[in-house]
Design a protein around this ligand. Sequence first.
Ligand SMILES: NC(=O)c1ccc[n+]([C@@H]2O[C@H](COP(=O)([O-])OP(=O)(O)OC[C@H]3O[C@@H](n4cnc5c(N)ncnc54)[C@H](O)[C@@H]3O)[C@@H](O)[C@H]2O)c1
Ligand SMILES: [Zn+2]
Length: 372
Amino acid sequence: MFFQIRLQNYKKNRNFANFYSYLCNMLFNTSSIREYLCACPTGQLFVLTDTNTAAHCLPIFADFIGNLPYHLMTLDAGDTNKNINSVQLVWEFLLKNCATRQALLVNLGGGIVTDLGGFAAATYMRGIRFVNIPTTLLAMVDASSGGKTGCNFLGVKNAIGTFTQPLDTLICPSLLKSLPATEWLSGYAEMLKHGLIADKKHWQDLLAWDIHQQDIATLTPLIADSLAIKKQIAEADPYEVGIRKVLNFGHTIGHAIEAAYIHQGLQPYHGYCVLWGMVAEVYLSVVHTGCPREILTQLTHLMVEYYGKPECNCRQREQLMEYMMHDKKNRVTTTSYLQINFTLLRDIGAPIINQELSRAAINEALEYLFSI
Ligand SMILES: NC(=O)c1ccc[n+]([C@@H]2O[C@H](COP(=O)([O-])OP(=O)(O)OC[C@H]3O[C@@H](n4cnc5c(N)ncnc54)[C@H](O)[C@@H]3O)[C@@H](O)[C@H]2O)c1
Ligand SMILES: [Zn+2]
């Protein structure tokens, strides 16, 4: 079952019930997906997967599209491959198969495939159309919509990229059946973030939903709600000059932890790092912006029950501040001093952007996180 989400048709006025019925009205069936992809000129349909989505999701996609011809390229899975070499491989694949500007690239995968494929499409021949079919929970609720594309460069996450909207994002929750438990938790963390920054009901619905069950039927309306929050915010500020920064909640510290893991040669789960980042940033919110302590207690319980603690030794903990200094969201102030920029919460659904805090305050929050 596919939902099609067209940016231009999406109701600006957020109303979850309406949005959900809107998604259901846009339900794709086998023939409509086929019809949709058939609109692409012969020989100009390109599909990008990684090794895992080629094994688990491509057969389902192939069933949907029947005998429609397409060119397939498969990248090695994993964040270490989200680099300019992989982008170059996609450009080569398109060029060697004579892709013109009429070509359509289908990105069938998690956030790495949708980010990287989107970037390759946005830059190939000054831009060709691409459709995202996200296959992880994280990519369904977050990475595959909003228009951010890119890859890592010189160890800096998503250092190179564009803001380019996909032609469409097609959500098929049943693709999640083969997803490992850790990836479910990774996506669930970004959904929790959407609840915290935008909607108490979404937060409560998520807390009530049993992540152990991995029940796709009861998750589907929650995916729709979470995606509605992401899309509404991203559309209000497509180039992240203001309100879109609320989506970075948990990411200032989360990205630093992620960088520390990568530096150790480990492949962290993005959502786990975001969850840990949110714990530290809710702590900062309790101390500095009056956020109710109960939220910190709830989030800390979730962390202990599902995610465990981040593994950073003392030296790496010292380096976290350095990683935060390289965060893309930082601003140079009038004194030319680079300030670490946070989104904090006054309460659930009441985020505040551009909060700059002292090193001592940040260290105190890290101390809380590592002492749990
Ligand atoms: N563009 C944005 O707005 C945005 C937002 C959030 C995150 N991101 C990016 O997204 C990336 C993380 O996304 P992700 O967590 O989806 O990572 P991912 O693409 O690496 O997928 C996680 C793992 O699951 C595997 N997988 C994917 N679908 C599967 C399926 N259905 N069954 C079995 N295995 C499957 C993948 O091969 C991979 O090993 C990061 O690079 C992050 O920077 C981008
Ligand atoms: Zn994220």
